[in-house]
Design a protein around this ligand. Structure first.
Ligand SMILES: *[C@@H]1O[C@H](CO)[C@@H](O)[C@H](O)[C@H]1NC(C)=O
Ligand SMILES: *[C@@H]1O[C@H](CO)[C@@H](O)[C@H](O)[C@H]1NC(C)=O
Ligand SMILES: *[C@@H]1O[C@H](CO)[C@@H](O)[C@H](O)[C@H]1NC(C)=O
Ligand SMILES: *[C@@H]1O[C@H](CO)[C@@H](O)[C@H](O)[C@H]1NC(C)=O
Ligand SMILES: *[C@@H]1O[C@H](CO)[C@@H](O)[C@H](O)[C@H]1NC(C)=O
Ligand SMILES: CC(=O)N[C@H]1CO[C@H](CO)[C@@H](O)[C@@H]1O
Length: 558
């Protein structure tokens, strides 16, 4: 330990030394930096993880509550610099914890981190402030095992948008998060802060969660790659729940390559989440092996027209048709139409609400019962509703005075053994799987379906099936900006995505298709965030600098 302590201090001397001791390589631009570039730079000691954390903290500071006030980040990890310094020391000693060694990652605030590290896990709500989770969420623990540093907690639509009547990107604790592609625009949700942060490089990678659209929609509307995994591919243990039947955790990042790397790190069986035991493999595949140019050649891809027509705007429809041409040019056979036989029934079905409302009431109480400490004393959904009504200054502020409609509907449910619940769950699987996505795939022997990302989430949500979204385009400059209510829904330059959707556990195939399309088009960098939303701090501004201003006291002089 003494030796390690000595080495530690000696190494800190090195890492905080003059920039001249660093290599001559160009430093990556943190707006777009890939995980591969960051890993290479760390390995070559062009910069350290401490530098990365300092740079990302400074970038968050520039845009979060100042300037464009994006409100993307709820909390920064007060232990992150200490953790980064240790990972830097290990790196110098030739120790690599795994494929994310020294990489800073932001988590949606419904994903638990141990309280001793200094951060809350609240789903954005004051009801869970200062609550103490029993342990890291399994996905958090897996990220740490792979070497990642948890940089902080991202803002979100409160309760993953399950309270009812709230705007996307608003939480009591975080306020209104907004999109980096147009001032005061809708960031979509519910993984809003994760997506905003990934879109302008406030972290190397982020995690979000989806019940119905919460990864795919914000990834699409913030110009990102998002993977909504099959329910059960990634553990939900330690994640504030909506529904065990539909919740899933996945990456929100800037490229398919980064998404594959992060998904590989967090996927796997977990005794704390029984749904993961249904995985058809002993260990999930290494999804980075799916990153292959040519993956679209010979692939049969279907277009579920009845799920698209009349449900997308003209610019999105045009960009989608062009994307089909790109897929054909890359050797895919496009089967059009390849409709979901159940599409019309899905649109008028009330089965999903029955399942989610019932699951939430039961499972949120189970989550709270598993906490080691809950200072507000809430135990049940009824307590959450009462807390919000008793603290309107915190949770029912303008313009969301009494917005608890979904909470109230969920409070009316009477448990998972009612015939209505059992029938609704069976209907969801029938509509989403048997007569939905699987029927469309089987009828035309398809690898996947492709559709604009805004219409993809519904069928996959009730099926529990995967989606990968990649950047497709941007609303044109002559788009009229709608009035803010409270955010602007449609405006020039707002991004939208293309979704690849498949059957259970088909992530490997979907990643390959999405990668081939992404590499052929490279749509993401065709338009940048608005100028004030682009943080200016880069690695060169922090490397080798002592006493860089930190937002909190730090135990070491770095
Ligand atoms: C949680 O948030 C509160 C208020 O911002 C803060 O005082 C506290 O230190 C945070 N962390 C934990 C682990 O509770
Ligand atoms: C559930 O779906 C089935 C199949 O479409 C439908 O017959 C039934 O009415 C739905 N239930 C509700 C509550 O919407
Ligand atoms: C809850 O149930 C009561 C009694 O049946 C009903 O009056 C009320 O409208 C329901 N509320 C919601 C939000 O469904
Ligand atoms: C289904 O498509 C694959 C190529 O994706 C092909 O190899 C296979 O022969 C096809 N099967 C049938 C029954 O058409
Ligand atoms: C925007 O421009 C396009 C192409 O010039 C045109 O087709 C479209 O009608 C215009 N839209 C609006 C809202 O003016
Ligand atoms: C890290 C950070 O900037 N946190 C802020 C998030 O938003 C809340 C509410 O506006 C602020 O109080 C925090 O300081």
């Amino acid at each position: 330990m003494r030796l390690l302590g000595f080495t530690f201090l000696a190494v800190l001397g090195v890492v905080s030394g003059a920039p001249a001791s660093f290599g001559p390589h160009a430093l990556p631009d943190l707006y777009e930096a890939s995980l591969a570039e960051l890993k290479t730079g760390l390995a070559r000691r062009d910069f350290t993880s401490v530098d990365l954390v300092k740079a990302y903290f400074a970038r968050i500071d520039e845009v979060n509550l100042k300037g464009p006030t994006l409100r993307a980040v709820l909390e920064m990890n007060p232990s992150a610099l200490k953790e980064a310094a240790l990972l830097d020391v290990e790196g110098l000693l030739g120790i690599s914890r795994g494929p994310l060694h020294g990489i800073p990652v932001l988590l949606k605030d419904n994903i638990a981190t141990v309280a001793s590290e200094g951060m809350n896990t609240t789903a954005g709500s004051f009801t869970l402030l200062d609550s103490v989770p029993p342990r890291d969420a399994t996905v958090t623990a897996k990220l740490r095992k792979a070497g990642a540093i948890i940089l902080g907690k991202a803002n979100l639509s409160e309760w993953a948008h399950f309270r009812g009547g709230l705007a996307s990107g608003w939480s009591g604790r975080g306020g209104q998060a907004t999109n980096a592609y147009f001032p005061n625009a809708d960031p979509s949700g519910s993984s809003s802060g994760s997506a905003i942060s990934a879109s302008i490089g406030l972290a190397a990678a982020t995690l979000g969660s989806e019940t119905d659209g919460s990864i795919i929609s914000p990834s699409s509307k913030n110009n990102l790659v998002g993977i909504k995994p099959t329910v059960g591919l990634t553990s939900r243990a330690g994640v504030v729940p909506i529904s065990s039947n539909q919740d899933t955790v996945g990456p929100i990042v800037r490229s398919v390559s980064d998404a594959a790397l992060v998904l590989s790190a967090i996927a796997g069986k977990d005794p704390l989440d029984s749904f993961t035991l249904a995985q058809p493999f002993a260990h999930p595949p290494d999804y980075t092996l799916a990153l292959r140019r040519g993956a679209l050649k010979g692939a049969r891809i279907g277009v579920p027209r009845t799920s698209i027509t009349g449900r997308v705007s003209a610019p999105v429809a045009d960009a989608f048709e062009s994307a089909l041409d790109v897929l054909r040019a890359l050797g895919a056979t496009i089967i059009d139409p390849a409709n979901l036989p159940s599409a019309a029934e899905i649109s008028r079905s009330g089965n999903e609400s029955i399942v989610l409302n019932t699951d939430f009431k039961v499972e949120v109480a189970q989550y709270i019962a598993g906490l080691k400490r809950v200072p507000t004393g809430v135990k049940t959904l009824a307590d959450l509703i009462a807390f919000d009504d008793a603290h309107p200054d915190l949770e029912e502020v303008e313009p969301f005075y009494t917005s608890q409609s979904t909470f109230l509907a969920a409070e009316n449910t009477t448990g998972k053994s009612t015939p209505a619940y059992i029938a609704a769950l069976a209907a969801n699987h029938d509509l989403g799987r048997t007569r939905g996505i699987d029927a469309a795939l089987l009828a035309s022997n398809l690898t996947a379906l492709v559709l604009p990302s805004n219409v993809a989430p519904g069928p996959a949500a009730i099926a529990g099936y995967p989606i990968v979204t990649v950047p497709l385009g941007f609303l044109p400059d002559n788009t009229t900006a709608t009035a803010a209510n409270p955010t602007i829904a449609t405006a020039p330059g707002l991004p939208f995505g293309l979704a690849f959707m498949g059957t259970a556990w088909s992530e490997f195939a979907l990643v390959g298709l999405a990668f081939d399309y992404e590499q052929a088009t490279m749509n993401r960098l065709k338009r940048l965030a608005f100028e004030a939303a682009i943080p200016k701090t880069q690695l060169k501004d922090v490397i080798g600098k002592k006493g860089f201003p930190l937002p909190f006291p730090f135990p070491f002089d770095l």
